[in-house]
Design a protein around this ligand. Structure first.
Ligand code: HEC
Ligand code: HEC
Ligand code: HEC
Ligand code: HEC
Ligand code: HEC
Length: 258
């Protein structure tokens, strides 16, 4: 009976799938079938479609297992389907791709409280509507259901300046790109640097975060002369020139040599 229901749902969902998508790449049956369902079974697909994971082709099976190419057996345990993960499994699943972060998280007070009231990756990022992470996610609403806000606020402040610098460089790269300048290498390097800096949050180690942030800022300022302008923290407001990009490259190269 269940088999019959699935077959019916599958046909229904394939019929409603846009033909353009089908022509370009193989149909992902998890997405098409769940996309045609409602409530608890349909919402994940709706949220996922607008996520950064969808944008990068990380589909349902990346977290739930199963076979997205075989409608009849897609949710068979024999195809690795593992159903809805419980809290204690989540960091390992996400950590399959976000390895460095999972490692930091596991060693942090949050990781150590896993299964005993600590948050998992999806407490903060969500399971399906995952979007680009920002420092603004460290706020009172997200961080005070379980404890006070002081440590969270300290960590946010320690990261704020570096974050502004990275954003300014990002904006400048977009500008250059719009002028038709090839920015692929810069983008890749910025991505690595941003990743390094954002990952560090998950240690929840304020001393380590302060130390790394200060190091990065010093490199950027030393090479750009920003420290002499007297404008202090308002780096985001300054026009970021080639000098800052050069400084970024300098820092990255040095970091690689170290
Ligand atoms: C033909 C339609 C169809 C396809 C294809 C399909 N699903 Fe489902 N899925 C359902 C239905 C109906 C349910 C609810 C009934 C059940 O759990 O057996 C469900 C349940 C689920 C659940 C919740 C299970 C639970 O224990 O609550 C998850 C997670 C899930 N599907 C993920 C996937 C993934 C991942 C794929 C692809 C590998 C997939 N589904 C393919 C229709 C489908
Ligand atoms: C990045 C990992 C990830 C991806 C990708 C993902 N899920 Fe999930 N999903 C989870 C986690 C973790 C949970 C359990 C926590 C929760 O309910 O949010 C979950 C829960 C669910 C549930 C149970 C919801 C409920 O309220 O009981 C369904 C159904 C489901 N996912 C289907 C899907 C479908 C369909 C897709 C693809 C469109 C998908 N998931 C993509 C991680 C993911
Ligand atoms: C199959 C690999 C894979 C799995 C599993 C996976 N992700 Fe991702 N994730 C990616 C890719 C690829 C991107 C897009 C590139 C990037 O930004 O890192 C991404 C992006 C993200 C981002 C945005 C990063 C940014 O640039 O701000 C967050 C947050 C995120 N994932 C959280 C999660 C969480 C939480 C889970 C588990 C529920 C998870 N991911 C599971 C591959 C994966
Ligand atoms: C689901 C509950 C939960 C949420 C939500 C949560 N935490 Fe925690 N947090 C804990 C638990 C449990 C501990 C370990 C016990 C403790 O130290 O209070 C902890 C410990 C910490 C610590 C180390 C202890 C300290 O006070 O110095 C920091 C820092 C921290 N959390 C920051 C955050 C930030 C930032 C957010 C929001 C982005 C957040 N937490 C959201 C449960 C949570
Ligand atoms: C207490 C909340 C919280 C928990 C738990 C948490 N994160 Fe994050 N995560 C954040 C915040 C806040 C940022 C943004 C930090 C910043 O802007 O510097 C972030 C950033 C990220 C990024 C973006 C990194 C980049 O390249 O920019 C990814 C990916 C990510 N987290 C994945 C995970 C995974 C995987 C887990 C579980 C192992 C996890 N997070 C657990 C709050 C959390």
């Amino acid at each position: 009976m269940k088999q019959l229901l699935f077959a019916f749902l599958l046909v229904l969902s394939l019929l409603s799938a846009p033909p353009a998508t089908a022509a370009v790449r193989p149909v992902d049956v998890c997405v098409t079938c769940h996309g045609a369902l409602s409530a608890r079974l349909g919402m994940p697909a709706k949220l996922w479609k607008a996520s950064i994971h969808a944008e990068h082709g990380v589909s349902c099976n990346a977290c739930h297992g199963g076979d997205p190419m075989d409608g009849a057996n897609s949710m068979s345990p024999a195809r690795g389907f593992r159903g809805v993960p419980i809290a204690t499994e989540i960091p390992t699943i996400c950590g399959g791709c976000h390895m460095g972060i999972a490692k930091y998280n596991a060693a942090s007070p949050h990781g150590k409280a896993l299964g005993r009231g600590g948050p998992t990756c999806v407490t903060c990022h969500g399971s399906h509507g995952v979007v680009k992470a920002t420092i603004d996610q460290i706020n009172r609403k997200n961080c005070t259901p379980c404890h006070g806000f002081e440590s969270a606020w300290e960590i946010r402040n320690a990261m704020l300046k570096t974050d502004g610098m990275l954003k300014a460089i990002e904006d400048r790269i977009i500008e250059l790109k719009n002028q038709g300048i090839l920015t692929d290498t810069l983008e890749k390097r910025l991505f690595a640097l941003r990743n390094q800096s954002h990952s560090l949050f998950h240690t929840l180690n304020i001393d380590l975060i302060r130390q790394e942030s200060a190091h990065l800022q010093a490199e950027l300022e030393k090479n750009n002369g920003i420290g002499n302008t007297g404008t202090g923290l308002s780096i985001g407001a300054l026009a970021v020139g080639w000098a800052l990009l050069a400084a970024l490259l300098f820092y990255l190269i040095k970091k690689n040599i170290d």
